[in-house]
Design a protein around this ligand. Structure first.
Ligand code: ADP
Ligand code: MG
Length: 210
């Protein structure tokens, strides 16, 4: 078993043409500050550590609202790591993506082989377990069906929000074809994928290989 998080997981998705939010990696404050020029605000800082996979639980995700608060937020993040005795592998600097949060994933099922999952993310995951599955690979029509399976489909298909549903379908189709190339994927969790009017971007991904 091998697990990819942070840079490794993001680079893996990029390699297979799956969009991830723009990011940089830093080991310390100086390096992070140097890389800050590539970002606008708000932007996000994350603690990447194999010891602590659920970052929010210990305060490992922080939004930097303006350049002036970068240093303070960075220090607060490291303080959190220290307090929780977490060994920091990387600090991830990431663009802030606005939109609807979805969860998308792959799982190797003992009976069906790889299956693809789509669900509503954020507050909706906890409130209602609104998810749907298909056996991989899927086509465009299957992707449409998956979206229509969801009780919360109105959030995705809303006329007012004008989310890029075609883009979401492309992501689902592309992701569903990944296990053909990488049979050793046991689990791939994108939580969340953020969908807006222009794009669908992964902001958090964890991949488990056999
Ligand atoms: P974890 O799942 O390990 O707690 P995430 O990276 O998923 O950490 O971040 C937690 C939450 O913060 C996400 O579910 C999302 O709501 C929000 N978030 C994280 N990164 C971004 C981002 N780049 N842009 C906008 N919101 C984000
Ligand atoms: Mg997450």
């Amino acid at each position: 078993m091998k697990i990819f998080i942070g840079k490794e997981a993001n680079d893996f998705l990029k390699k297979y043409n799956l969009n991830v939010a723009f990011y940089e990696i830093a080991k310390d404050f100086d390096e992070a500050e140097k890389k800050l020029g590539a970002f606008s605000f708000p932007m996000v800082l994350k603690l990447i550590s194999k010891d602590a996979l659920h970052k929010t639980e210990f305060g490992g995700v922080k939004v930097v609202w303006a350049k002036e608060s970068f240093e303070k937020t960075f220090e607060a993040l490291l303080e959190t790591a220290k307090k929780n005795k977490i060994k920091v592998d990387d600090i991830l600097l990431q663009e802030f993506v606005e939109g609807l949060e979805l969860i998308v994933g792959l799982k190797k099922d003992p009976t069906f082989g790889h299956v693809i999952m789509l669900g509503l993310g954020g507050i909706y995951v906890e409130a209602i377990r609104d998810v749907t599955f298909r056996v991989c690979p899927i086509n465009d029509a299957d992707a449409s069906e998956m979206i229509h399976d969801l009780r919360g489909k109105g959030l995705i298909l809303s006329e007012r929000r004008k989310l890029d549903v075609e883009r979401l379908k492309k992501v689902l189709v592309r992701l569903s074809k990944l296990p053909q190339k990488k049979k050793d994927i046991v689990e791939l969790d994108i939580n969340p994928l953020i969908l807006n009017g222009e794009e669908a971007r992964t902001v958090d991904v964890r991949i488990v290989f056999d």
